[in-house]
Write a protein that binds this ligand. Structure first.
Ligand code: PRP
Ligand code: MN
Ligand code: MG
Length: 181
């Protein structure tokens, strides 16, 4: 039982904290993209909840598309291998693209993805991520919108998984090491 399991763990961010912060990020995005078309690109599967709530916080028209890239497989460590599992349906040439992510951990996934997207000739590519871990701050990835800088713990919930579980938690919690070690 999902709710029962997370009770034993630490809640890092409540659903309200997440939604309030996404509202602030949405206000900033509205201001920055005023008068421009905007294509949100969600990175499956982790970003589904962030995309749903961020997009609905935006008081303007946006388009949404999705890419599936995976660097983690079923473990808790980045494998270093990024694979495209599903590409965009949209031609992003001359479009303003905002990549929506749940978390930047090592930064590997996004640095690879941004290089890939920029090669397609978009008008702009920026990143919005709900969470960012310490290691990513030192990476060469420019992140325009960051919800929360968080400690270096393994976090689950609100789209984030461990072995495909916990994505449907409303809050974001840290997973006890005994669950994955
Ligand atoms: C997770 C997370 C980010 C990425 C961050 O995705 O959702 O996309 O890892 O890690 P990095 O900064 O170290 O590259 P994952 O590959 O687990 O796929 P998922 O979204 O389907 O869970
Ligand atoms: Mn992901
Ligand atoms: Mg994952």
């Amino acid at each position: 039982h999902v709710a029962g399991e997370i009770e034993a763990d630490q809640v890092l961010l409540t659903e309200k904290q997440v939604l309030d912060r996404l509202g602030e990020m949405a206000a900033q995005i509205e201001a920055d993209y005023e008068g421009k078309d905007l294509l949100l690109v969600g990175v499956l599967k982790g970003a589904v909840m962030v995309m749903a709530d961020l997009a609905r916080s935006l008081n303007r028209h946006v388009e949404m598309d999705w890419m599936a890239v995976s660097s983690y497989g079923s473990g808790t460590k980045s494998s270093g291998v990024v694979r495209i599992l599903k590409d965009l349906d949209t031609d992003i040439k001359d479009r303003h693209v905002l990549v929506v992510e749940d978390i930047i951990d090592t930064g590997l996934t996004l640095s690879w993805l941004i290089t890939n997207l920029k090669s397609r000739g978009p008008a702009s590519v920026e990143i919005a991520t709900l969470l960012r871990k310490p290691e990513a701050v030192t990476m060469d990835v420019d992140v325009t919108y960051v919800g929360f800088d968080i400690p270096n713990a393994f976090v689950v919930g609100y789209g984030l998984d461990y072995d495909e579980k916990y994505r449907n938690l409303r809050c974001i919690g840290t997973l006890s090491p005994h669950v994955y070690s």
